[in-house]
Design a protein around this ligand. Structure first.
Ligand SMILES: O=C(O)CCC(=O)C(=O)O
Ligand SMILES: [Fe+2]
Length: 346
């Protein structure tokens, strides 16, 4: 029988506060097990001040509370992956190369910000991956979101070092491919006005998908809705423990480890209570590496077997995924993911 589904909790403080190598080795081993078996981790001891996450939540509330017309002033071209995405403008299951089960787009609305080339002295972007941010005019949106972005990026880099240790890989190897990383923070709001809910329909907050990057740091409300696909082939509700951030691996981590680590499928189905969606918020910080970095299987993983994936640049990989989500084109290079999803969804 498969082991019961549990998202392991890992205390990152030996890395955050730079305790000795013995304590760090224990953390690295715990992370490795979680990455192999689940692909999701409850991370405590991350050092993100509550005032910063409170500020993020308040900035999101102020922005999303506006009417749709006011929010639509901040829509940007899809290729830039910045600004406002209205409800039902994306369909995440297309990123996997499968049709959405309901053939209805996801109802989340989102605001995206990300790294721009100004953040990286000496680097000049040649693609849309580093588009400058636009900041809505709601009070203190920029300082509050920027403060959280910096913290989430710090946590992602701490995790990246710990992952290098866990994989027995030189930290420099990952640092070199992320010195101008495409980092994106997607702030998600799951809410639909009463009356827009057709109770007969299978409502999807965000369709099933895997994240594209190396690692995702996820802040979320303690409201049900996030569901993670277990090794048992069923969906499990996951919400952050008190004070925890959820961390999950993305496709880059699966590719470099030749699927020894899991880029786990997940989706969001917020609960409907008395005919109204229980509002839920989340903010996913995607640490995606440099646009021009090549995603290649690590030598240690190749010693264990033939590579499942062709090398691809981060930019090509992200573009193939986003074409699916935004333009309704099934991602043709997601064969392995597609097989996994179809095994579950039929
Ligand atoms: O809302 C959530 O908890 C998950 C969001 C997510 O998976 C994403 O933005 O990629
Ligand atoms: Fe995700």
């Amino acid at each position: 029988m498969a082991a019961p589904f549990v998202v392991p909790t890992v205390d990152l403080s030996p890395y955050v506060q730079d305790h000795g190598p013995a304590e760090r080795a224990v953390v690295a081993a715990d992370l490795a097990r979680a990455c192999r078996e689940v692909g999701f981790i409850q991370v405590v001891g991350h050092g993100v001040p509550t005032a910063v996450t409170d500020g993020l939540a308040a900035a999101m509330d102020d922005f999303f509370a506006q009417d749709l017309a006011a929010k639509k002033r901040w829509v940007r071209p899809a290729a830039e992956n910045r600004g406002y995405s209205p409800p039902k403008s994306e369909s995440l299951s297309y990123t996997l190369g499968v049709d959405p089960v309901t053939r209805m787009n996801d109802f989340f609305e989102a605001y995206n910000v990300g790294a721009s080339d100004d953040d990286y002295p000496g680097f000049t972007a040649t693609s849309d991956d580093y588009a400058a941010n636009t900041w809505p005019d709601t009070a203190d949106f920029e300082p509050r979101v920027t403060a959280y972005f910096a913290e989430a990026r710090r946590v992602a880099h701490v995790l990246q070092d710990a992952f290098a240790d866990a994989l027995g890989t030189d930290r420099e190897r990952f640092a070199a491919v992320s010195d101008h990383a495409i980092n994106v923070l997607r702030m998600n709001n799951y809410a639909l006005p009463p009356g827009e809910i057709d109770l007969g329909a299978d409502l999807t907050g965000m369709g099933e998908h895997t994240d594209f990057g190396f690692v995702t740091v996820l802040w979320a409300d303690q409201v049900a809705g996030l569901q993670v696909l277990g090794q048992d082939g069923t969906w499990h509700d996951v919400m952050p423990a008190d004070g925890a951030l959820l961390v999950n691996l993305g496709d880059i981590a699966a590719r470099v480890t030749n699927d020894e680590w899991m880029s786990t499928l997940h989706r969001v189905k917020p609960p409907v209570v008395d005919g109204t969606i229980r509002r839920r918020r989340s903010a996913a910080f995607f640490h995606d590496w440099n646009a021009d970095a090549l995603i290649e299987t690590l030598p240690a993983a190749l010693e264990r077997g033939e590579a499942f994936y062709e090398p691809v640049t981060v930019s090509e990989h992200v573009a193939a995924k986003l074409r699916g989500s935004r333009a309704g084109v099934k991602n043709p290079s997601a064969a392995r993911e597609q097989a996994r999803v179809e095994a579950v969804l039929g």
